[in-house]
Write a protein that binds this ligand. Structure first.
Ligand SMILES: Nc1ncnc2c1ncn2[C@@H]1O[C@H](COP(=O)(O)OP(=O)(O)OP(=O)(O)O)[C@@H](O)[C@H]1O
Length: 930
């Protein structure tokens, strides 16, 4: 927007001097809170003030010309106005996208304002009507609280959370390393949007690591006082919230210390007990870190799991690709959860896969179910409104319209006669049968059909039908009789005045006068005499003369009275219907779960069968048995881009043979895509989805670790190299032989020597100490010597490219071919391909060949050309150097420095250093450090 122009939809500020002064004094009295954006509700529009106003002006209007000054002289306050729709957009962005502010809404006038609503990214239930007035609720906010007890070798973490949409309280306690690896995967799996932390978070070094984890997970950190983390009345509080008998809750809480304190903190922060509709509606559970595949934020990014604002289209992310859900909101929310929580239990995975297979094999059933699911509203949220007593007849009718679809869904599923009919029966039909019977939702249908005037829905009117209640029906009859009498009087008056009814003599109903006759000003002289004698003129305006008489006034007053009574009676009856509808809440919750699951599984089936090359059902084996064999595998998101003609590749991670794979090849050759696609395929399989492969066998992975690209580290003040090392350190600490490791271009952020040494040492550590299947894409071709070294289970692959020597045209083949490293240099060809000037290309060639003669390890791909023996010698040199350096570091770490005086400590360190220097004389790699 032009700096000087103002947006068209900017509401005009209408504050007089007194109001402005009142606001000014109120605003100044508010406690300062840099994260709060405060809005003032002015009925038709909203305003925001002070620094908030400047922030909103810049961030959302793109100009500060929208800022107004209230007050006079030195006592002024900035202000910006927002229309209702702009307010909704801003609130959505602050709470759902940016997740770095809290929002407060004040109501009142002059100097009297009160805080009406408050929301934060993890706790916005009071703002739901604003946030989702016109948009679906696609994700559920989860708020967590963390308390940690630091010990020498790590820490004990107490985590608890509240999922207000699913109405779950969760607790977990676990040991963690100082990178909070376990906590990070739990926060990712829960989709935590905000996390409460103790006050020392800002000061202590250990807690700063925690804040870093929260920022990586996109969760806002909110500090709470120490006293809030005390579980004093927790048992009593939780007892009120949780449904069912108290004993299991008491037993569960007794097993927690830190997490119980954290739970107490969230309950008070979210003021759950302040809303009675929360009572007896929650379930409480222990969250087990080992229930789902663990994914940290780096893996979520590397595998493009969730949508990002920068995605060029929806198929860029797995969520966007899989999201073909059609129920309003519910299916999307469940898909979000499933993507964050891939399964580990083979029978659960197979159960989902069976259902997907059933839907893939029966397109007619799929089509039929979709048609009906499309008409299903967000039952979960509608039920929530019923329970909160915020529901109207509109909510009840939406529930009714969804409910009548259930019998079609049930009948559709009954038609299925394939291999999985008993599963469909057990999982869906038996429940649907009970829920839709005469004791449950058929009763609800009966209630709505008897009570609501369904014919009026077409006119957008939601009314109780008059036949539902005898009093309402009497009032309706009375109203109709009065209408009839008024109509007759209208006719009689027209006859008396010798005017055509409606055409000349109109009958109107206005708020001010009730029923009245109206004629045009032109006709008035014709009947003036009668008007003066038999009628009372109410008003003479341009559009005509309004008049009445005693009879009409009497009838009109009576009509108004009956109408008011009718409305009151409607209100009472609506409240009764809403209350009765709320008694079906539990059944509706079951229905919501079933339908959202069906919705997501149908989406999986749709994607599997509509892709140009259909997906396949993976075979799943336990994590300690079987290999990972993906034949003809593709990256689902890259494949779905219009401009890509995807080349499938095989990946065979075989224990003891090719469990660790080094992938080399030219830039842009498809290395990253290949290694990521293996991670994506495995993850898809474990959420119960078919995979983009010709055939797939997958040994279940408990964790995917990924280190690809430097991400947003610069923005967080961490160097690329440091970020790389931090991510790698957490892989080395957390991975086991049941995990999958994906590493791309490690060591790019430092010197070639260091980078290669680190890459080598890490590969060795993964192979020898961790034993996880690993895909390691690297530009260090010398790494491929690892396979010839003392290790087994390492295989080298390279992506191929073709250079047509006649015209020097470079073609990427994107084929990951076995065996060995690439046998050609492509770096300079790629430069040529990118139209580098000829002189630069020629000089590059010259320098590259000089470097080959001189350097033991080079960063260019020219190393590939060297003779194998030469390459082995250099790799040996680095490997010995790294081993020796690690030994030095180990000895150094073991020195009991705290117990030594300075002189002795210096002597010991000097002696270690001298030993290292001596050994470096026979190792070129080590020499660089002296
Ligand atoms: N199997 C494939 N079939 C078709 N196109 C592919 C395939 N793999 C990758 N590509 C295309 O090639 C581009 C580059 O791939 P990728 O980033 O994986 O290469 P890379 O070898 O990791 O490159 P660099 O070393 O420069 O990071 C991708 O954006 C994609 O468009």
């Amino acid at each position: 927007m032009d700096e000087n122009s103002e947006p068209n939809n900017l509401p005009e500020f209408k504050l007089d001097a007194k109001q402005a002064q009142g606001l000014l004094s109120f605003f100044r009295s508010l406690p300062s809170d840099s994260r709060a954006v405060r809005f003032f509700d002015r009925r038709e529009y909203y305003t925001t003030h002070g620094e908030n106003a400047i922030f909103i002006a810049k961030a959302y209007y793109g100009t500060t010309t929208v800022v107004r000054q209230l007050g006079t002289g030195s006592d002024t306050l900035s202000g910006v106005s927002l229309s209702k729709s702009m307010f909704e957009i801003v609130a959505r962005d602050l709470l759902l996208e940016r997740k770095d502010h809290t929002v407060e809404l004040y109501q009142g006038s002059g100097a009297n304002w009160r805080l009406a609503k408050k929301a934060s990214p993890g706790n916005f239930s009071s703002f739901e009507e604003v946030l989702f007035a016109t948009n679906e609720m696609q994700d559920s906010p989860v708020i967590a609280a963390v308390s940690a007890n630091f010990q020498e070798s790590g820490c004990l973490v107490g985590l608890s959370y509240i999922d207000a949409t699913g109405r779950v309280l969760g607790l977990s306690e676990f040991l963690d390393d100082n990178h909070f690896t376990n906590l990070e995967s739990a926060l990712v799996a829960l989709g935590c949007k905000e996390c409460l932390v103790p006050p020392e978070a800002a000061k202590s070094r250990e807690y700063r690591q925690l804040i870093d984890v929260l920022s990586r997970c996109g969760a806002m950190a909110t500090e709470r006082g120490k006293a809030d983390f005390k579980a004093r009345d927790l048992l009593q509080d939780v007892g009120r919230l949780v449904k069912g008998p108290p004993d299991p809750t008491r037993d569960l809480l007794a097993g927690f210390g830190l997490a119980a304190g954290a739970l107490a903190c969230i309950i008070s922060y979210t003021d759950l007990l302040g809303d009675e509709s929360n009572y007896s509606s929650y379930t409480i559970r222990r969250y087990d870190l080992g229930s789902y595949m663990r994914l940290d934020s780096a893996a979520m990014r590397a595998l493009n799991v969730m949508e990002s604002k920068t995605d060029a289209n929806k198929n860029f992310s797995l969520f966007g690709l899989l999201n073909r859900t059609c129920t309003a909101g519910m299916g999307k929310r469940l898909l979000h959860v499933w993507l964050k929580q891939p399964l580990l239990d083979i029978s659960e995975i197979n159960c989902r896969l069976d259902l997907v297979q059933a839907f893939v094999e029966d397109p007619v059933l799929r089509q039929n179910l979709r048609q009906n699911l499309k008409r299903i509203s967000d039952i979960q949220r509608l039920v929530r409104s019923l329970e909160k007593r915020k529901a109207t007849l509109v909510h009840v009718v939406k529930l009714y319209q969804s409910t009548i679809r259930l019998s079609f869904i049930r009948d559709g599923l009954k038609q299925y006669e394939g291999e999985f009919s008993s599963l469909i029966n057990e999982r869906y039909l038996s429940n649907l049968g009970v829920w839709t019977d005469d004791d449950h939702l058929n009763k609800f249908i009966g209630l709505v059909e008897a009570s609501v005037d369904l014919e009026q829905l077409e006119n957008g009117e939601y009314m109780i039908s008059s036949s539902y209640d005898s009093h309402l029906s009497d009032l309706k009859k009375e109203q109709e009789s009065l209408e009839q009498q008024i109509r007759s009087l209208h006719q009689k008056t027209a006859d008396d005045l010798d005017m055509a009814v409606d055409k000349s003599l109109k009958l109107e109903k206005a708020t001010q006068y009730g029923h009245a006759f109206r004629i045009t000003k032109k006709e008035e002289p014709k009947v003036r005499k009668q008007l003066n004698t038999h009628f009372v003129v109410l008003e003479t305006r341009k559009d005509g003369v309004k008049f009445t008489n005693t009879k009409l006034r009497k009838l009109s007053d009576l009509y108004q009275k009956v109408l008011e009574e009718y409305k009151d009676c409607q209100k009472v009856l609506v409240a009764r219907v809403v209350q009765t509808a709320a008694s079906f809440a539990e059944v509706f919750e079951g229905v919501a779960c079933l339908l959202s699951e069906l919705d997501v599984l149908l989406s999986f089936a749709d994607l599997a069968s509509s892709s140009p090359t259909p997906y396949t059902r993976p075979t799943i084996t336990p994590s300690d048995a079987g290999d990972i064999i993906l034949e003809g595998s593709r990256h689902p998101c890259v494949e779905a881009q219009d401009w890509v003609n995807f080349i499938p590749n095989d990946c065979k991670l075989v224990r003891g043979q090719s469990w660790f794979q080094i992938i080399t090849g030219p830039n842009m050759g498809g290395k990253s895509t290949f290694i990521r696609q293996i991670g994506v395929n495995i993850m898809m399989a474990q959420i119960g989805c078919f995979v983009p492969c010709d055939s797939a066998t997958i040994s279940v992975r408990d964790c995917i670790f990924a280190r690809v690209g430097a991400g947003d580290c610069q923005m967080r003040g961490v160097s690329t190299f440091m970020q790389e090392m931090l991510e790698t350190a957490s892989i080395l600490k957390g991975a086991t032989d049941k995990s999958l490791i994906i590493i791309d271009e490690l060591g790019r952020g430092t010197s070639t020597y260091d980078g290669f040494g680190i890459a080598w040492a890490i590969c060795e550590h993964i192979v020898e100490a961790i034993g996880a299947p690993t895909l390691f894409a690297s530009h260090f071709h010398e790494l491929t010597a690892l396979a010839h070294d003392r290790h087994c289970g390492i295989a080298n692959y390279h992506v191929s490219a073709h250079i047509d020597e006649s015209n020097r045209k470079l073609t990427m083949l994107y084929k990951v071919v076995e065996p060995g490293p690439c046998d050609q240099s492509f770096g300079i060809h790629v430069a040529e391909f990118a139209n580098f000037p000829e002189s630069v290309v020629a000089l590059s060639r010259k320098k590259a060949s000089e470097l080959e003669d001189f350097s033991p390890v080079t960063a260019t791909t020219s190393g590939c050309k060297r003779k194998h023996g030469d390459q082995r010698r250099q790799s040996d040199d680095v490997r010995r150097g790294v081993d020796r350096a690690l030994e030095f570091l180990k000895k150094f770490a073991e020195l009991p420095l705290e117990g030594m005086d300075l002189k002795r400590a210096r002597e010991r360190v000097r002696s270690l250093k001298e030993d290292l220097r001596k050994d470096a004389s026979s190792c070129r790699w080590l020499q660089q450090f002296f």
